[in-house]
Design a protein around this ligand. Structure first.
Ligand code: KG4
Ligand code: ZN
Length: 340
């Protein structure tokens, strides 16, 4: 039996990346991401500026995705879009665009939960990567989210734990800001940490539920620590930047590993699938792979372009939903808070 070829145009606009992708079944033909640079000078994402930039980016980004894929919009089988969670103004741009285009082309519309998409990105066709099998534990770590999810099937997911305050990426970025590093500081902490002693300074591990996270206390303890040290030595940060970064990174990784150990213990599942931009962190990657060597668990990390916010991950969910005819109606609205 010959199966139908499905072309999905996917749109992601939940935060500060405007992205469009075209998939042919589970294969990515194009994945265009316009990262909004404007937020850099403000030290974080400014919601109003993000939605304005999405408005400017969306048409060229979609055009580019179709052109790169060499697909005419008349060939499309469906439009998938991020319904939430995210910034309302940002989500509205992608949602309205997707609804109008699906209506104009008279093809199905498919709504996608951004958090599910981070985890289902593992099912994008990639000859270099093996896919997790169900059930597995999903860990989503980015500037906007920190969640541990039990993934029983494509659309059967249960949040086991999540952050009670800041996301792990925010913990990196806010710590970096305290050290005078530019936004986003996560990659810079990673870079300096490589040269430092991770055990030089000790920061506290938060006491929250065994699968929950909290990073605001860490930020406060770093703030007071730096204040105290700078009073004694005004050049404390520049003289010890590598060791400070290494110690901060070590603490964050220690928290993540502790929670993963708890999740493995609680569920008996030994497959961990990672998503989100913080998975780029070299220290985290190393620790996760080291755990494989000692048979504690197997770690799956998709290609980096599918880890950060991107439309290809929305497209794979679109493809999976298309097969189940899980289509949305035209009266669907964006959802800033969208749990599953
Ligand atoms: O997934 P992402 O691109 O966007 C969302 O936040 O949704 O993640 C961006 C986050 C930022 O907080 C950034 O500092 C962090 O990922 N990040 C890193 C590294 N690369 C990106 N954090 C630590 N180490 C890195 N190498
Ligand atoms: Zn995300």
């Amino acid at each position: 039996m010959q199966t139908k070829t499905i072309y999905i145009l996917a749109i992601e606009s939940s935060c500060d990346d405007t992205s469009a992708a075209v998939l042919c079944n589970d294969e990515v033909l194009s994945n265009v991401v316009a990262t909004q640079k404007i937020h850099k000078e403000y030290g974080g994402v400014v919601p109003e500026l993000a939605s304005r930039a999405h408005q400017q980016n969306i048409v060229p980004v979609v055009h580019q995705a179709l052109a790169k894929a060499n697909i005419d919009k008349k060939q499309l089988s469906a439009i998938a879009f991020t319904r939430g969670p995210g910034l309302m103004g940002s989500l509205l741009v992608g949602t309205s665009f997707a609804k109008s285009l699906a209506l104009g082309l008279n093809i199905p519309l498919i709504e996608v939960n951004h958090m599910q998409a981070h985890l289902l990105a593992h099912f994008i066709a990639d000859k270099d990567n093996t896919k997790p099998t169900f059930p597995f534990i999903g860990l989503t770590i980015s500037g906007g989210h920190t969640q541990i999810v039990l993934v029983k099937d494509y659309f059967k997911m249960e949040v086991l734990g999540q952050t009670l305050d800041d996301a792990v990426g925010e913990a990196f970025d806010k710590s970096a800001k305290l050290l005078g590093l530019p936004y986003p500081g996560g990659p810079l902490i990673d870079k300096h940490a490589a040269e430092g002693n991770p055990k030089k300074y000790e920061f506290p591990i938060p006491k929250v539920g065994e699968l929950d996270f909290s990073f605001s206390g860490l930020k406060t303890s770093i703030l007071y620590f730096i204040k105290k040290e700078v009073e004694k030595d005004p050049n404390f940060i520049s003289n010890n930047l590598e060791d400070i970064c290494a110690s901060i990174q070590y603490t964050i990784i220690k928290i993540l590993v502790l929670k993963l150990k708890n999740a493995v213990k609680k569920t008996g599942i030994k497959q961990i699938a990672i998503g989100g931009g913080v998975s780029a962190n070299s220290g985290i990657r190393k620790v996760l792979k080291d755990k494989e060597k000692t048979n504690q668990w197997i770690t799956y990390i998709p290609k980096f372009e599918y880890c950060t916010d991107n439309a290809a991950m929305i497209g794979i969910v679109g493809y999976l939903k298309y097969q189940e005819a899980l289509f949305s109606k035209q009266d669907i609205t964006a959802k800033a808070r969208y749990t599953f």
